[in-house]
Design a protein around this ligand. Structure first.
Ligand SMILES: Nc1nc2c(ncn2[C@@H]2O[C@H](COP(=O)(O)OP(=O)(O)OP(=O)(O)O)[C@@H](O)[C@H]2O)c(=O)[nH]1
Ligand SMILES: [Mg+2]
Length: 504
């Protein structure tokens, strides 16, 4: 079926604007200021950990904003944030300046040749005086602002005080209107998938932007990879309200598809159930639920490798990707963290079963474990750890992996004594008398006796005396008597070395 296209495509679609930058520079606060919302209050750990999209109307024109996380672990999500983007707002807090993820975003901007507005945020702070320096730092990164040898525009705002927001929105339209016509009508009506997850009640859900056409509830969707993936049972807008239709650039959540839609995937939608002329791309769908066979799993690592086996359950595909790539970067010699199974959604009976059979621990991110399964896991001694802040999860996994490293021990000498005389006590104890010539001799320490080049005894100093008194240590230059355990009789000129063993 060819697309029924009567609408004029000469006009532009609403701009899609992605807000990006280093962690805590104020991206979500900016979106809150624009929308009059307070998303930031609800974020676990005060950081954004998922991609989200919002539709805003300013003076009669719509804009779609995409919020991205700034934490370093979410690189892939940042890349996903620009799938359909016309303009990037590069948010830089004036009290922090150009930081690692600012640079990472600059790379994404350059790679995708994206038009950018630099948004200097937090100008309510005294560090506003850093602006000149930050601008020249940006030049070094290839972001040449107006007045700094380039034509990239910037704006100064305080998201917190809602200062400069109107000016920013005007600038967005101004810059967008300068762009060539971005609205290229597609041959077929389509959606771009920004994020996907599994909801325990409604099944597969995807956050997407309408790329072209008007999508309606009840329409069929077609993956280029897998063909028909079912009907759209419900469409929700960015406020979670049910809607019947959505048009180009609208951010929506679709439900009801019977297959998982991958991030970045373009799906076609149509009233028709069959689209004969859809060309399947020659790629395989990403597997969301993935198990290694037990046999493969246990054969994978060598005998000297200690393994921490995990079952990973997360809320969304985006967070799964972020966590898997963070786990890939945890490296300790001879330790491997193996993901035996990964999947989206709450912990299931099957997860517990697999954990039991493979001696895995279950790691969850923003998912639930029912009290029944918690109890079952407890009875089976299966560790289940659920997090809602990604870096805590990764830190704990690092610690768990590190705890598998066998500790190394080294010997440290306390001191040495040369034997000069042997006494035998009435209780048959043998006392080696002599002078400490290096360090200290410690009672109860480990010791060895050396004759020439040979070690002739290994044991402990069970008794240490100075004159007739029992003492705990004897220092260099002092005479003392040592009783060894097990009992042993050295000869004159033997050396007794007192030492300790420490963990490194
Ligand atoms: N003083 C001041 N503080 C701000 C401003 N904008 C944001 N903040 C504060 O900066 C902190 C981080 O703000 P967020 O909006 O969560 O930052 P973000 O860039 O979305 O953070 P991530 O999404 O985790 O990367 C919060 O404590 C905000 O209250 C501002 O204009 N002025
Ligand atoms: Mg945020």
């Amino acid at each position: 079926m060819s697309k029924d296209n009567n609408s004029s495509h000469n006009e532009k679609r609403p701009p899609v604007v992605t807000v990006m930058g280093h962690v805590d520079h104020g991206k979500t606060t900016l979106i809150d200021a624009i929308r009059g919302s307070n998303i930031t209050d609800k974020e676990s750990g005060g950081i954004t950990q998922n991609i989200s999209a919002f539709k805003v109307n300013h003076k009669g024109r719509n804009i779609t904003f995409i919020d991205t996380p700034g934490h370093e672990l979410f690189s892939q999500m940042r890349k996903n944030g620009v799938l359909m983007t016309d303009l990037v707002l590069l948010v830089i807090a004036v009290d922090d300046g150009v930081m690692p993820q600012t640079k990472e975003v600059i790379d994404i901007i350059k790679e995708n040749n994206l038009k950018t507005i630099v948004v200097f945020n937090k100008i309510d702070l005294p560090q506003k005086s850093n602006l000149h320096k930050i601008k020249s730092d940006l030049s070094r990164e290839g972001i040449l602002l107006e007045g700094f040898g380039g034509d990239i525009v910037s704006v100064e705002i305080s998201a917190k005080n809602k200062q400069g927001i109107d000016e920013l929105l005007e600038l967005v339209f101004l810059q967008y209107d300068l762009l060539e016509n971005t609205y290229e009508p597609k041959e077929k009506d389509s959606l771009v998938i920004l994020e996907s997850y599994k909801d325990s009640y409604v099944g597969n859900v995807s956050l997407c932007l309408v790329e072209d056409g008007i999508v309606e509830r009840g329409y069929n969707i077609f993956s280029l990879k897998r063909g028909n993936v079912g009907r759209i049972r419900a469409i929700k807008n960015d406020r979670g309200e049910d809607i019947q239709t959505a048009s180009v650039a609208d951010p929506i959540y679709i439900q009801g598809q019977n297959d998982f839609l991958d991030i970045g995937e373009r799906v076609i939608f149509s009233k028709d159930k069959i689209l004969r002329d859809i060309v399947k791309e020659d790629t395989l769908a990403t597997e969301v639920e993935e198990n290694l066979s037990e046999e493969d799993f246990f054969n994978e690592s060598g005998p000297d490798i200690k393994k921490l086996s995990i079952i990973l359950k997360t809320d969304t595909k985006g967070s799964m990707d972020a966590i898997v790539s963070a786990i890939d970067q945890i490296k300790f010699e001879n330790i491997s963290i193996d993901i035996f199974k990964k999947g989206l959604g709450d912990v299931s009976d099957e997860d517990i079963n697999i954990a039991k059979n493979t001696h895995s621990i279950i790691i969850g991110f923003k998912i639930k474990v029912s009290s029944r399964l918690k109890k079952l896991a407890q009875n089976l001694h299966i560790i289940v750890m659920v997090y809602d802040i990604v870096y805590r999860l990764v830190d704990d996994l690092k610690d768990a992996a590190e705890s598998l490293i066998p500790p190394e021990f080294i010997e440290i000498e306390n001191g040495k004594m040369e034997v000069k005389e042997i006494f035998k006590l009435s209780n048959k104890s043998i006392v080696s008398g002599g002078v400490v010539f290096e360090g200290k001799i410690l009672r109860n320490s480990k010791c060895r006796v050396i004759r020439g080049d040979e070690v002739i005894f290994e044991g402990k100093i069970s008794d240490l005396r100075q004159l007739k008194n029992e003492v705990s240590e004897v220092a260099t230059g002092t005479e003392c008597g040592i009783i060894l355990n097990p009992s042993f009789e050295p000869q004159n000129k033997d050396i007794i070395i007192s030492y300790r063993v420490e963990k490194v």
